[in-house]
Design a protein around this ligand. Structure first.
Ligand code: LMR
Length: 394
């Protein structure tokens, strides 16, 4: 049987991890996969996570199954964190998933189940795994313009023109904050226009929010998600705890399905539980429990928020340092966008050849579309990167 299998394409982001590991150069710099690194290049376990894990180890007296949708306390805590009081709690069905990717996958399956002919509008570009999963599920994708290659900001006119082509029964996939891979995000006023378009077309928004707290702060980063959820009759939200709690390998995510009609919640909740059962049965619990403990405990929550702020400010500082150094070295303002972008990533906006040259000559690893993980830098490596960017002629 297995001889019929075909080799599958390697994930471009994950392939870089191995290529970087295999590079013997001591001066190499990893700006590939989206993982936060401190000034020493380590991805630390956050202090609040360590404390919660310690308490959990002491207090937990069973590993018996939770529910198919995970522990309801996790859903409550995460709904509070992401949506605050934007929509009534009784309109939100939610299920824990293996990471944010798990939530994305379950959301796509839910869409396909509800409306097999739905078209999914995705930003061009988007996180490559969105496209890969949609293609694997045989779902129709419609790209919408998003990135202006000139300004390296959002091509908002293009985005609106393309989103206006959506219809009721279609889905518009949006990045709630910190767009991956570009780092360019709509302004508040632009989000209002997106909401108008969603209401006019009747298309269902699906929001992928994987970087809350990495852009402008926990509430600011959830503002667009909250506004959208409050403004439309139905909405899907796929959330990840991988980055903002630094618990990547624990696979902790949540899928929310919101219906303004409270009577729909039972059906939505049952469907989410069913989909979990079909795909993996019970979702992972450890990360979810740790997150719940942190969000429910005032002191742990305050400690976590403070550490997340440190992480966010470190990334903002690196962005400014890189933009300033490039201005000095290039004698132009054309890299100013790096300080405007938000989140872990910025798309530098250059060709795959130049990206390859950066890797071959300078040992600098970024994704082929020129996405850089800003959190892979530190104050010593910023000037090295800046010199290399100017040297290869970007
Ligand atoms: C990324 O985009 O680098 C992260 O979301 C990690 C991943 O799974 O691709």
């Amino acid at each position: 049987m297995f001889e019929t299998l075909k080799a599958q394409p390697a994930d471009k982001i994950l392939a870089l991890v191995q290529a970087y590991r295999d590079d013997p150069r001591e001066t190499k710099i990893d700006l590939g996969v989206g993982v936060y690194k401190d000034a020493n290049g380590l991805t630390p376990v956050m202090r609040a996570v360590k404390t919660a894990e310690h308490r959990l180890w002491e207090a937990q007296d069973t590993k018996v199954y939770t529910g198919l949708a995970g522990d309801p306390a996790f859903a409550d805590a995460m709904i509070g964190l992401i949506l605050s009081d934007a929509v009534p709690r009784e309109t939100v069905a939610a299920a824990a998933t293996p990471g944010g990717t798990g939530a994305v996958r379950q959301a796509f399956e839910l869409i396909r189940m509800a409306r097999p002919e739905a078209r999914v509008f995705v930003s061009d570009p988007t996180w490559p795994n969105h496209l890969s999963i949609l293609s694997y599920l045989g779902m129709e994708v419609v790209p919408y313009r998003y990135f202006d290659e000139e300004t390296r900001g959002v091509d908002f006119d293009g985005m609106c023109a393309d989103l206006r082509k959506a219809r009721a029964g279609d889905v518009v996939l949006l990045h709630g904050c910190c767009h991956n891979p570009t780092g360019a995000n709509p302004t508040d006023a632009e989000w209002d226009t997106v909401i108008e378009i969603l209401r006019e077309t009747g298309a269902l928004p699906m929001i992928d929010i994987a970087y809350q707290g990495f852009g402008d702060g926990l509430d600011a980063d959830a503002a667009a998600t909250r506004k959208i959820a409050a403004a439309v009759p139905e909405c899907l939200i796929a959330a990840s705890c991988s980055k903002n709690f630094g618990i990547y390998r624990e696979r902790t995510g949540l899928l929310m399905a919101i219906s303004a009609e409270p009577a729909a919640r039972g059906l939505n909740q049952g469907t989410l539980a069913f989909l979990n059962r079909q795909n993996f049965s019970f979702p992972p619990d450890h990360g979810a429990r740790v997150v719940t403990m942190i969000l429910q405990d005032e002191a742990l929550r305050a400690g976590w928020k403070a550490e997340l702020e440190e992480v966010r400010n470190t990334m903002l500082g690196l962005r400014r340092q890189l933009a300033d150094t490039l201005r000095d070295l290039s004698g132009s303002d054309r890299f100013g966008f790096l300080a405007q972008h938000r989140g872990m990533f910025s798309r530098l906006g250059t060709t795959p050849d130049k990206v390859e040259e950066l890797r071959a000559k300078h040992g600098i690893y970024m994704v082929g579309d020129s996405r850089m993980n800003i959190a892979g830098l530190n104050s010593q490596t910023v000037p090295i990167l800046a010199r290399a960017i100017v040297e290869v002629g970007i």
